[in-house]
Write a protein that binds this ligand. Sequence first.
Ligand SMILES: [Zn+2]
Length: 83
Amino acid sequence: MARAILLTCPVCDATLAIPGDRDDHARPALLEAAADHLAAHDLRESALAIRKHEIASTAQERLLPADDLDDLPTDRWAVPAPA
Ligand SMILES: [Zn+2]
């Protein structure tokens, strides 16, 4: 089994999976990953700060088979394919 932290963008629904758990990734690291992505959204400073904290606050820790981790976007933010 593998652990990952799943970040979701409230603006475009893109997700990023960070392998590891909360012991490996403190909140500042999640905020940094969120800020990297939000830069693409061209938000105002205040909106960007709010969204950044929103992403870190809604991050979900997942425990999943190692094979499933390979299916998650770990190297870049990815928008889910339409169902
Ligand atoms: Zn986004």
